[in-house]
Every structure is written in structure tokens, then in C-alpha cells.
Design a protein around this ligand. Structure first.
Ligand code: MLT
Ligand code: MG
Length: 304
């Protein structure tokens, strides 16, 4: 299985357009050792020809341009993206669907009923796309059943319902339902390589932990180093936990859970612009390195 990180940043990307926190101003001015990041998305393929897009970020245009495999150029209008899988209905994961409206056929979109409902109500992208070529919605169940995606031969997918938050415009904001947020396990039937992808993870329960334990590679929530990071930076009034993101450094945080895993390669993704791990010389980044945890970057490729 080929995995390409298209965007490793959280909502807003890095640097964020209006942000002058030490990270954003530092990377803009070249004062810190850090790399800009676009918003959260990956692409996965068994054969390197046909790809499944996980989330469609507002930065999709630049992300496609950055990865020529997604434009094979076989016809006057063409793409190597066979289907799109959404893990939630957040702006950073879905707005790119609007940029993909020129597709010459309805998009095959795989997501849960809860996400499809958000995208047909609070953030009605599906309704808007109906005025273009439309959407073929394929329901992803949260009953842990495996599913296949035509066009992604050789890959098997499993949705894992996550404890996180529905977006602010969701009819089930603060009253989350299973399927508002999912992690996805992707298994390559030929190599048996397994990925667990969960860019928005509010809690690591036994099931999620077991899933991580069985995977060969994790791409998991790297949004915040501390729960109150955005409040302390003076740029937000919500802790990470209220946004459905478990922090890395706190008691019971992501690092603690990852520390108990021996098998998988551990990579953080969906990094918020306030997170000190973006500064490659920071003590926080060094602590991750010492714990054997990597930080995803745009253009990262992983083979499983
Ligand atoms: C989140 O995951 O909480 C987002 O990055 C929020 C957003 O896109 O605005
Ligand atoms: Mg996000």
C-alpha cells in the first residue's frame, strides 16, 4: 500500500493566514526551523495508479499539483482519484469537495450517515454538488464491518467510531452520535500492511487501542501538545478536548497511549499551527523523537 500525506496541518494550515503566534510568525520570517503545512488529507493506493482520497481539504488544488500521480493525463479530463472517504464533516476535511466540482461524473463519496447528514444540512455541500455532477453517497457503517471500494482493488477498509466532536454547524453538535467521527483501518490484502488513520481523536478507548496495536502504521491526531494550548496562546477560548482532540503531553494523552504500543510506526498528523512540535528545535519535538514518534509533513510517503 502506498500512502501519501497531502496535508499534515489542522484547520487553518501552517502558517495560518491571520496568525502571529510564535510558530506562524517564526516560520514566515524564517526564524524557526519548521515547514509550512497544508490542511489535513491523505491519499492511499494499492497499485500506485488508482487512489482513494481521504478528506478533501480547502488546499486540495495545491495538494493535487504537488503529487503528479493523481493526474495521469490519460484523457482530456482525468484524475487518479477513484473515490473520496470522509472521516468527519469538518471544514478542513470537506471544503475541497467544492473545488472538485468539475469532476465529469458524480463523485463516489464514502462516509457515515451522520457525516452525510451534516453535509446535507448544517454545511450543505452535497446539496450544492447536486447542481453539478452530484454525489454517489456510499454509507459507511460503524458496526466494524469490513468494506471494499470499487476502484481500490486489494484494499479493505474498516471504520472505527471515535469519541470526538461534531462540527459547530452540525445538528448533533454537543450531542454526538456514532459516526460523527471515525478512524479508518486500511489493510492491503497482498502485503498485509495495515494503516490506522485517525486525524481527530478525542479519546483512546480499548477498541481504538486494540486497533492501534494491530496496525503497522498509525497516522493519528497531532493537533495539540496541551489541552489549553489555544487558550494560553490567547487565540482561542476552547480547550482541545471541547473540539474533540486529545492532547499529546497530558496525563492520558496521546504520547502516553503511543508509549504503550510496541509494534506500529507512530506518526502524528493534523498538527495545529500553535503546536510547539512544529518547531523542529523545540524540547517538545525532541521529546517526541525520544519516544519514537514522528511528525507527518506534506509530501511524506509511506509504504506498507
Ligand atoms: C478541527 O479538527 O477541530 C478542525 O481543524 C477545525 C477546523 O477545520 O476549523
Ligand atoms: Mg480538523
Amino acid at each position: 500500500m502506498h500512502i501519501r500525506v497531502l496535508g499534515s496541518g489542522a484547520g487553518g494550515g501552517f502558517p495560518q493566514w491571520n496568525c502571529n503566534c510564535p510558530n506562524c510568525s517564526g516560520v514566515r520570517a524564517g526564524l524557526i526551523r519548521a515547514t509550512p503545512r497544508t490542511q489535513s488529507s491523505i491519499a492511499v493506493s494499492a497499485d500506485g495508479d488508482d487512489w482513494i482520497l481521504f478528506n478533501a481539504s480547502p488546499d486540495i488544488r495545491a495538494q493535487l499539483a504537488s503529487f503528479p500521480a493523481l493526474q495521469p493525463g490519460r484523457r482530456v479530463r482525468d484524475t487518479a482519484i477513484r473515490a473520496i472517504l470522509l472521516v468527519d464533516a469538518q471544514i478542513d476535511h470537506t471544503t475541497g469537495l467544492l473545488m472538485l466540482r468539475e469532476h465529469t461524473a458524480p463523485w463516489d463519496i464514502y462516509c457515515t450517515a451522520a457525516i452525510a447528514q451534516d453535509l446535507s444540512s448544517g454545511f450543505p455541500i452535497f446539496n450544492i454538488l447536486a447542481h453539478f455532477r452530484g454525489v454517489n453517497w456510499h454509507e459507511v457503517l460503524t458496526d466494524r464491518s469490513d468494506f471494499a471500494i470499487p476502484g481500490a482493488a486489494g484494499l479493505t477498509f474498516t471504520a472505527v467510531p471515535l469519541k470526538s466532536e461534531a462540527p459547530p454547524y452540525s445538528p448533533h453538535r454537543h450531542n454526538t452520535v456514532p459516526g460523527d467521527n471515525i478512524g479508518v483501518r486500511v489493510r492491503d490484502e497482498r502485503t498485509h500492511g495495515t494503516l490506522f488513520y485517525a486525524p481527530g481523536l478525542g479519546r483512546v478507548d480499548d477498541e481504538v487501542f486494540a486497533c492501534m496495536q494491530e496496525a503497522d502504521c498509525l497516522l493519528v491526531d497531532g493537533t495539540l501538545w496541551t489541552d489549553d494550548e489555544m487558550i494560553r496562546s490567547g487565540i482561542g477560548d476552547k480547550p482541545g478536548s471541547a473540539m474533540g482532540h486529545l492532547d499529546q503531553s497530558g496525563r492520558g494523552g496521546i504520547m502516553e497511549h503511543l508509549g504503550r504500543l510496541t509494534g506500529p510506526r507512530k506518526i502524528l498528523i493534523h498538527i495545529n499551527n500553535t503546536n510547539p512540535i512544529l518547531d523542529e528545535d523545540s524540547p517538545e519535538r525532541h521529546a517526541l523523537e525520544a519516544a519514537g514518534i514522528e511528525v507527518a509533513y506534506d509530501g511524506m510517503t509511506i509504504e506498507l
